[in-house]
Design a protein around this ligand. Structure first.
Ligand code: HEM
Length: 151
């Protein structure tokens, strides 16, 4: 789940912030930010930063195994729910619903790729917006899991 949130950051620019006061020194990573400036945090770019991630463009399930990178806004290289005072208030619900939703779909159905779709030809690019979605919708066919058939 974490690797999916990293590679396909759902809200790429988080929510905008307004600077409450001017930074009175050229100190904040070299920028002077005037009061009332609207600031966007490019979390989408951070997730592909080579300084933070090894092979950032690859989906690696094992990436987070044994790692202490978490989603609660303290690991700044991974902030799918934002950080600070305005961090997403729905984190706990979202975490549970995502796990429950995906595991239920996997448990109750056997999935087949649609006609003409192969793992190699599958387009995993994102379509940008306030939230992201798949650029090309994935065609898959759910079949009721044989494990659930009465014997
Ligand atoms: C995968 C699911 C979700 C993702 C990726 C997500 C992501 C985010 C992000 C990035 C922010 C902006 C945080 C920031 O700018 O620092 C946010 C804010 C917020 N989220 Fe979520 N969210 C999710 C689910 C939910 C759910 C389930 C709820 C409510 C039940 C929720 C309620 C909110 C609210 C109310 C805010 C605004 C908080 C504020 O401005 O004080 N979110 N979310």
């Amino acid at each position: 789940m974490k690797e999916t949130l990293r590679l396909h950051h759902p809200i790429p620019l988080l929510l905008p912030r307004n600077a409450m006061q001017e930074t009175n020194y050229i100190g904040y990573i070299g920028y002077m930010i005037p009061k009332e400036t609207q600031v966007f945090m490019n979390a989408w770019a951070i997730r592909r930063d080579l300084e933070c991630w090894e092979d950032p463009m690859y989906f690696k399930l094992e990436r987070f195994l044994g790692s202490n990178i978490e989603i609660k806004g303290q690991s700044f290289e991974f902030i799918p729910f934002g950080s600070g005072r305005r961090i997403c208030v729905g984190i706990s619900l979202a975490e549970r619903v995502l796990h429950l939703g995906v595991t239920s779909l996997l448990h109750y159905f056997d999935w087949k790729l649609g006609k003409d779709v192969t793992p190699e030809s599958m387009d995993m690019n994102d379509k940008m917006g306030i939230t992201i979605r798949k650029l090309v919708p994935l065609k898959v066919i759910p079949n009721k899991s044989v494990m659930l058939e009465p014997s």
